[in-house]
Design a protein around this ligand. Sequence first.
Ligand code: FES
Length: 380
Amino acid sequence: MDAPLRSSRPTAGQHDLVGQLARGEAMLGAGVKRLPASLYTDADRFRREQSTVFANEPLLLGPSALLPRANMAVTHDDYGLPLIVSRDGDGQVHVLANVCRHRGTRLLEADEPVPAARIVCPYHAWAYRADGRLAAVPRPDCFPGLVKETMPLARFAAMESGGLIWFSRNPDCDFSGVSVLEADMEAFGLSGLHLYQRRTHEVAANWKLVIDAFLESYHVQRLHAATIATFFADGITVADRIGRHQRAVVGRTDYLARLDPDDWAQIRRAATFTYHLFPNSVIIVSPDYINVLLCYPQDVGHTRVEDLMLIPEPPQTNEAEAHWRKSWDLLDGGTFGAEDFRAAALCHQGLASGLIQEVTLGTLESGIADFHRLLDEALD
Ligand code: FES
């Protein structure tokens, strides 16, 4: 089975990157770089990242496929705030506080999407619409002077673009830095995909160690020798940036050189795109499915990582289910869980010992240095 994703054509940037890959112009950083180990282990640094970057930047909440229909809602707690992500009757996305305006009760409890034409508080049954407006109050005579229009759920700045849902704690957040991704995401048909699986991993590592694993290809032939290494050549990666987001592509160079560079479907089968969405998310585009990884920092040495796999449509046959299950197991359980996340946790153990003061980055790891430079700029 080899169902292609619904996709139209590459963007000019994607086209250029694949051309570089086909010509064998593998990316090499300028030289060896070093980063202080304390970037990953210092609790004050972690708190500063939270109070500056995570408190102000647009943060990814998940793919649009989380809410495939109008009047649906799902809880989201992993950024340390009780949120409801909802889609109203017109299809518009909202990010709301999961906190009743009456006396503060949590409104939705389950973490699976639920119908939300009415969100009813379990305590005294105040009812809200999917856009957060207060719709009904039982025994309104007990609340003389209460004006429902002035009592909506607290609302956060939010944007849906290119099949992704973003929010920010900062009400004045500028989302232009994420809307620049829309064309690339639409080239993969992201907004029309079906959510096949999602799973949360608890990783005993600083969040940046998880991100780092997706910013270099040096480890692929070593760490992933038993899983995905055979799909890739050693160290053949090209990358560039869209704003602060990193876009990289790996592939079989010899094969790509023989392909029509305008045949997107063929290219998609021979090249794998990876995006680091600043600051804390990763998108990996396999030939016929996409994984979205969201890293939620919980503490300086603890990251919750959510993996969501998107496929073109719900499996219609046992054969299709077996096909997607095999891909899910290969990446989520094998490649990510048992390899990338394990390596991040082992790395954190070593750095937390305090026995080395710096990490050393080779020329195939320059994407990591780039990410940390951009993060430092955001912290300032
Ligand atoms: Fe929600 Fe009373 S706390 S209705």
